[in-house]
Write a protein that binds this ligand. Structure first.
Ligand code: MG
Length: 288
């Protein structure tokens, strides 16, 4: 089931999307979909009542978690081919330990950098001249927990969405810690909606990214170094995960830094990320 948060008649709502029909059916529930109450009402037998059926073209989709309650957790270097391209880029402050991490590399992005599909990725050339895209599957946690085992991890997953983990490579290298290069304003496009966990097959989900009409990334979640249960087990190790937490699982090869010379984003570009079973997240790039 695809669930969207959207703006309609001046208010925020949640609805079930039929992308085939081009419609969203509004649900009788609060607009903060990913909360303890919201998630509970969407799991099992207590599906909220359906209201109006609206054309997707008549509503404004928001990110499925428009303003996460806390930082978005992210995994770095989680596909073998990307780990190698990044380690050889010269910007990888974690490269001293080798290209392939022995444990998941976890960093975060501040919640305020989330934007929706269609919103511009803003680039400020007075701050960075090395702004890159990273197509990623993102996990949305439905049931919180601490010290979650790999075996139990999937029962904590509510659903998935798409995140474009936009990165200022020069800041990522300069500051050693990745937060500032990953958290610039507008650097977390998310959407177009969420898909419940039962509708995504992690063993075979394609992750693709185009810049303008050029395909740059073309991979599959079956190639993750650390799979979703391993990520959840590692992240919840002494840190209590909460409903609504978003975990971006890492990007495959083909980011701008992987090309020689690098292909960074520039004003006028359009970045399109497509994940099978979820949909398409497209954002233009604009200068300040
Ligand atoms: Mg990333």
């Amino acid at each position: 089931m695809k669930l969207a948060v959207f703006e309609w008649k001046g208010a925020h709502h949640v609805g079930v999307v039929s992308d085939k029909e081009g419609t969203v059916t509004r649900l009788d529930m609060p607009s903060d979909m990913i909360t303890e109450a919201g998630v509970t009402s969407l799991i099992g037998r207590t599906m909220p009542a359906s209201k109006e059926v609206l054309a997707l073209s008549d509503v404004n989709l928001l990110a499925p978690v428009p303003r996460p309650r806390r930082n978005i957790f992210c995994v770095g270097k989680n596909y073998f081919d990307h780990a190698h391209e990044f380690a050889s880029s010269g910007f990888d402050s974690s490269a001293a330990k080798g290209a392939i991490p022995e444990a998941p590399i976890i960093f975060s992005k501040v919640p305020e950098c989330v934007v929706r599909g269609g919103d511009p990725i803003r680039i400020d050339t007075s701050v960075s001249n090395a702004i890159d895209y990273e197509a990623e599957l993102a996990v949305i946690i439905g049931k919180g927990g601490r010290n979650i085992t790999k075996e139990d991890a999937m029962s904590h997953v509510w659903g998935y969405t798409i995140v474009n983990d936009i990165t200022a490579r020069d800041l990522q290298g300069k500051h050693s810690q990745w937060l500032i290069g990953k958290s610039q304003d507008s650097f977390c496009p998310m959407g177009p909606w969420a898909v419940t966990a039962d509708d995504v097959d992690l063993a075979d989900t394609t992750v693709k990214c185009w810049v303008n009409d050029e395909i740059r990334q073309d991979s599959n979640t079956k190639l993750l170094i650390f799979d979703v249960p391993t990520i959840i087990a590692a992240l919840s190790n002494g840190l209590t995960l909460q409903p609504g937490d978003v975990i971006a699982t890492g990007t495959p090869a083909g980011v701008g830094i992987g090309f020689k010379p690098p292909k960074y984003l520039a004003a006028g570009d359009v970045v399109r990320v497509e994940i099978s079973g979820i949909g398409t997240l497209e954002n233009p790039v604009e200068a300040y």
